[in-house]
Design a binder for this molecule. Structure first.
Ligand code: ZN
Length: 130
């Protein structure tokens, strides 16, 4: 009899845990929007760029692409980010998805952006010698 009561309680707990999990899942887009709006409100970018970011993030909220949602619209998100380097994860900005100048060199081996930047720097140096 006592055993039965225990399993009953465990079942109830399981159900509650599942419910909490479902609710968390359900609330995720709303929490993401809240963070996005706060991040956007704090930003000092051109309002048109901010609107573009809002559109970009809401598209990714719809797609449930939480990694990108957090990267751009999260609490410490980068509103102008539109992608990430697959190697070093630095934010990529602009239509042509380039890292910002100051984020380089990332010093991650195999990062194509860093290699390109170093080649560029090498060229500049050899030019200035002439
Ligand atoms: Zn990289």
């Amino acid at each position: 009899m006592k055993e039965n009561k225990k399993t009953e309680e465990m079942k109830r707990e399981e159900k509650l845990k599942k419910k909490i999990k479902d609710l968390k899942k359900e609330s995720r887009p709303y929490i993401a929007y809240k963070k996005l709006i706060l991040t956007a409100a704090k930003s000092e970018y051109d309002p048109r760029d901010v609107v573009d970011s809002l559109k970009f993030v809401s598209m990714h909220i719809e797609k449930k692409n939480w990694e990108m949602v957090d990267r751009v619209g999260g609490t410490s998100g980068d509103l102008m980010a539109r992608g990430a380097c697959p190697k070093c994860k630095i934010n990529l900005v602009g239509k042509d998805l380039r890292p910002r100048e100051f984020t380089l060199p990332c010093l991650i081996k195999g990062c194509t952006f860093m290699e390109a930047a170093q080649q560029e720097n090498g060229r500049k140096k050899s030019n200035s010698i002439c």
